[in-house]
Design a protein around this ligand. Structure first.
Ligand code: AP5
Length: 209
């Protein structure tokens, strides 16, 4: 299955992608994770991306498109993948259309109040990439690998507000774009636990329990 996970920052795209990738045995391709790794390793792409990410703005289309184009050539993409956070602009979606035919686009909906609560409490493990909410953590170490969890710089309150504005202006138009193509599946995440959202994701994708 070739899937796109769409939705505002903090809607739970990454959390759900991690669950589905294990069940379907296909990779999660998170442009955010790839860009953060490039920043940590100080590659030329990372140097370009850092300022944009820290401000909560989108990294230029040509940079992100080049990353995805390369990643989709890798062997583990042969049987499908979950594009998590790509495309994020109409030009990105138009280029993707020339590369692959997507099976379905899952749009995760969540009101802004819940997004702000989730992102302000999010902690991530810099080693194994797991994501947690502080309310579910006992201390400040990753339950998975024991590394000290950190707060993403772009999860600071002012940056989150900017990310929400950027989402409305530049990414939300993709909802109509994919609706017109007939590939959009909507999941309302409001007040739902991770497991409840996951059941809904499987349902809209027609994956049997
Ligand atoms: P990216 O890393 O993609 O960030 P994002 O889309 O803003 O998404 P998030 O990772 O913040 O949230 P999520 O929806 O994955 O939620 P999560 O599962 O973590 O991008 C970062 C930056 O990179 C962008 O701002 C941009 O600069 C750049 N970039 C990336 N892609 C780009 C592109 N294509 N073009 C241009 N620039 C690009 O969950 C959030 C929190 O909620 C966690 O704490 C989690 O534990 C918790 N949670 C999840 N589900 C639930 C639930 N059901 N109930 C309660 N808590 C939950």
């Amino acid at each position: 299955m070739k899937l796109i996970f769409l939705g505002p920052p903090g809607a739970g795209k990454g959390t759900q992608a991690q669950l589905l990738m294990h069940d379907l045995n296909i990779p999660q391709i998170s442009t955010g994770d790839i860009l953060r790794k490039a920043i940590r390793e100080m590659t030329p792409t990372g140097v370009i991306a850092k300022g944009y990410i820290d401000r909560g703005e989108l990294v230029p289309d040509d940079v992100v498109i080049a990353i995805v184009r390369d990643r989709l050539q890798e062997k583990d993409c042969e049987n499908g993948y979950i594009l998590d956070g790509f495309p994020r602009t109409v030009p990105q979606a138009e280029v993707l259309d020339t590369i692959v035919e997507i099976d379905a686009v899952v749009d995760f909906e969540l009101p802004n109040e819940e997004i702000i609560n989730r992102l302000s409490g999010r902690r991530v493990c810099p080693k194994c990439n797991s994501t947690y909410h502080i309310s579910r953590l006992d201390g400040d170490t990753c339950p998975g690998c024991g590394e000290k969890v950190i707060q993403r710089k772009d999860d600071m309150p002012e940056t989150v507000l900017n990310r929400l504005e950027v989402y409305e202006k530049q990414t939300a138009p993709l909802i109509a774009y994919y609706k017109n193509k007939g590939s959009l599946r909507v999941v309302d995440c409001t007040g739902q636990q991770v497991e409840g959202v996951y059941a809904e994701v499987r349902k809209v994708l027609g994956i049997n329990a």
